[in-house]
Design a protein around this ligand. Sequence first.
Ligand SMILES: NC(=O)c1ccc[n+]([C@@H]2O[C@H](COP(=O)([O-])OP(=O)(O)OC[C@H]3O[C@@H](n4cnc5c(N)ncnc54)[C@H](OP(=O)(O)O)[C@@H]3O)[C@@H](O)[C@H]2O)c1
Length: 337
Amino acid sequence: MALNERTLGSKTSPLVVSRLGLGAMGMSDLYGPADEAESTATIHAAFDAGLTLIDTGDFYGMGHNELLIRDALRSSGRARGEVAISVKFGAQRDYAGNWLGYDARPAAVKTALAYTLRRLGTDYVDVYRPARLDPNVPIEETVGAIAEMVEAGYVRHIGLSEVGAETLRRAQAVHPITDLQIEYSLVSRGIEKEILPTVRELGIGVTAYGVLSRGLISGHWQADRQLSAGDFRGFSPRFQGDNLEANLRLVEALRAVAEAKDASVAQVAIAWVLAQGDDIVPLVGARRRERLTEALGAAELVLEPADLAAIEEAVPQGSAAGDRYVAAQMAHLDSEK
Ligand SMILES: NC(=O)c1ccc[n+]([C@@H]2O[C@H](COP(=O)([O-])OP(=O)(O)OC[C@H]3O[C@@H](n4cnc5c(N)ncnc54)[C@H](OP(=O)(O)O)[C@@H]3O)[C@@H](O)[C@H]2O)c1
């Protein structure tokens, strides 16, 4: 299957990647146990399908995700330059996985990068970004430190994650920003008002995460699914009680649209994000080959204006019940201020 390319940061610091990226987070963290052999096979299958962007964070399994990617890249036989690796840093966590805040001071940037390069077994990352705005550090200092790492050859492009319009402008004034990584899906459309127009004005691309709202709008979510202790969805407001019931009703409305297109719910949800602009690259969080194959099918799905209208009717803007994070984590989102 050929995956056409999209250019992130076309006017700033261009990076050409496949139009779907693979998000590897769930292979190490936050969505319950993952099977390492199947994760590796899924990464290989993604590369074989022409996917050239893989996203990770140094805090996904506290280094586990980066080591997994290193090994999968090596055993795939691909050259380092065939795949762009995007890495987030800054989230502070303890051994139990508790969230302790963010550290994006210049010294922390450079130290975290050094560990990441060792773990990935490479001497550069394609995109390096703070996972969240550190409230104690001006964005100019964080981006300035990454810019020094670009200068030194350890980083190719600078990205940001979950920041708002003002932070984007301040960051861009220090160094060209390639992409903003942010949650964007049929049920998380907050970026449309101010953030999307701003990145477009500045020429910054978007890597969209949570395009299936963490599996909620995948069409596979079962209300009685048993979740392990650390599973994000065990806490996420959208997966609880009445919210979950209301959200799954939206999924059933979407299923009717999908069936009329001979597609799956997940494919329609991913294709909807793809249809929002050539400057957006959805990250798919598949952890198994079967799910990856389904997700890749979205790249083949053409949504006509009538389909987009039917989708909008099934899942109107703002119809999701519940916030996308618990209150403590919402407070860390510069993008929501
Ligand atoms: N910058 C940030 O703040 C941030 C935050 C979160 C994630 N991310 C990045 O974005 C990536 C994607 O996020 P996400 O994993 O939350 O995305 P997502 O696509 O909304 O959710 C992925 C989950 O949906 C379920 N699913 C069901 N059918 C699927 C299908 N056909 N294809 C893919 N997934 C399917 C799977 O859960 P089960 O396997 O459990 O069924 C999968 O783990 C992450 O891996 C990470 O790299 C970034």
